[in-house]
Design a protein around this ligand. Structure first.
Ligand SMILES: CC(=O)[C@@H](O)[C@H](O)COP(=O)(O)O
Ligand SMILES: NCC(=O)COP(=O)(O)O
Length: 259
C-alpha cells in the first residue's frame, strides 16, 4: 500500500551547532536567532534547540529570544529535570521534547527510557501540559517505549533514527542492505504503534542528505528533526539553501513512498 498521505512532512531544523560555532569563541556570532530566520525563509516548519544542562551550545537567552523574536514554532529539547521544566514553563515553546542527557556524551546517544521512569515522567508531562506545552519524547523504536509514552500522556513520539543512520553509513549508503532494512522496519513498526495510539510520529537524529528519503517515505511520519547535517551543509551553501535542499529531498522521498 502506498504511503498514506497525511499532508506534507514537516522539517524541524535543529540549530544547536550554529551556537556551537559561536561558543568556540565565547562570543556573539553566529547568532542562532539569525539562523532561525534563515531556516524559516528556506522552508523550515519549525526550529529545534537542545538546551543542555551544561549549556555547551544553546543557552537560556537564545531560547528566550527565539520564542520572543521569531514567528516559527519552537521545539525545546530538554532533560526531564525540575530546572528545565521551570524554564520551559516560563518561555512556553510550542513543544518540549524530553531527551536523555549525559554530561560526557558527544551527542544524544540513545532514546529516553520512558518505560523505566513512568511515574516521574507523567508528572513532568502534566506540568508542561499545564503551561500549554505539547510534550514529545525522544525514544528508541521499541514498542514498550511507545506504550509507556502513551501512558505518561505524551502527544508526540520522536523515534531515534541514529541506529538506522549508522547502519546506513556502515553499509556504504546502501538503503537495501539487510541491516539497514532491519532498522527501517523497526522504525516503521514503532511508527505504526505511535499512530495507533493517536500520537504524532516524528523522527530524528543523524539524518542527512544521503539517508533521509527512506525515512521520509515511511507511512504516517509527520515531522523530521535534522540539525547537524543541515548546519554542516550550510557552511558551504548557506543555511537558507541547505534547508531548501533538505525540504526538496523530503518532499521527493515522500512522493516516491506514495505511489
Ligand atoms: C535528540 C537528538 O537526537 C538531537 O537533537 C540531540 O539532542 C542534539 O544534541 P546536540 O546538538 O548537543 O548534538
Ligand atoms: N532530535 C534530532 C534533532 O533535533 C537533530 O539531530 P541531528 O540531526 O543534529 O543529529
Amino acid at each position: 500500500m502506498g504511503r498514506e498521505v497525511s499532508g506534507m512532512i514537516e522539517l524541524g531544523v535543529n540549530i544547536d551547532h550554529v551556537a556551537t560555532l559561536r561558543q568556540a569563541r565565547r562570543t556573539y556570532e553566529p547568532d542562532p536567532l539569525w539562523a532561525a530566520v534563515e531556516a524559516h525563509l528556506g522552508g523550515a516548519d519549525g526550529i529545534t534547540v537542545h538546551l543542555r544542562e551544561d549549556r555547551r551550545h544553546i543557552n537560556d537567552d537564545d531560547v528566550r529570544r527565539l520564542k520572543e523574536s521569531t514567528q516559527i514554532k519552537l521545539n525545546l529539547e530538554m532533560a526531564a529535570t525540575d530546572e528545565m521544566v521551570e524554564i520551559a514553563r516560563r518561555i512556553k515553546p510550542e513543544m518540549a521534547m524530553l531527551v536523555p542527557e549525559g554530561r560526557h556524551e558527544v551527542t544524544t546517544e540513545g532514546g529516553l527510557d520512558v518505560a523505566a521512569q513512568e511515574a516521574r515522567l507523567k508528572d513532568v508531562v502534566a506540568r508542561l501540559a499545564d503551561a500549554g506545552i505539547v510534550t514529545s519524547v525522544f525514544i528508541d523504536a521499541e514498542l514498550r517505549q511507545v506504550e509507556a509514552a502513551e501512558r505518561i500522556g505524551a502527544r508526540v513520539c520522536e523515534l531515534h533514527t541514529g541506529p538506522y543512520a549508522h547502519a546506513f553509513h556502515n553499509a556504504g549508503r546502501d538503503a537495501e542492505a539487510p541491516a539497514v532494512l532491519a532498522e527501517i522496519d523497526k522504525i516503521a513498526l514503532a511508527g505504526e504503534a505511535i499512530r495507533a495510539f493517536g500520537m504524532r510520529f516524528n523522527a530524528g537524529h543523524a539524518l542527512n542528505y544521503y539517508n533521509v528519503q527512506p525515512i521520509a517515505r515511511l507511512p504516517g511520519v509527520r515531522e523530521l528533526h535534522i540539525g547537524h547535517a543541515i548546519v554542516s551543509r550550510a557552511v558551504f551553501v548557506g543555511l537558507r539553501e541547505a534547508v531548501r535542499e533538505m525540504k526538496t529531498l523530503i518532499r521527493e522521498g515522500a512522493a516516491v513512498g506514495s505511489v
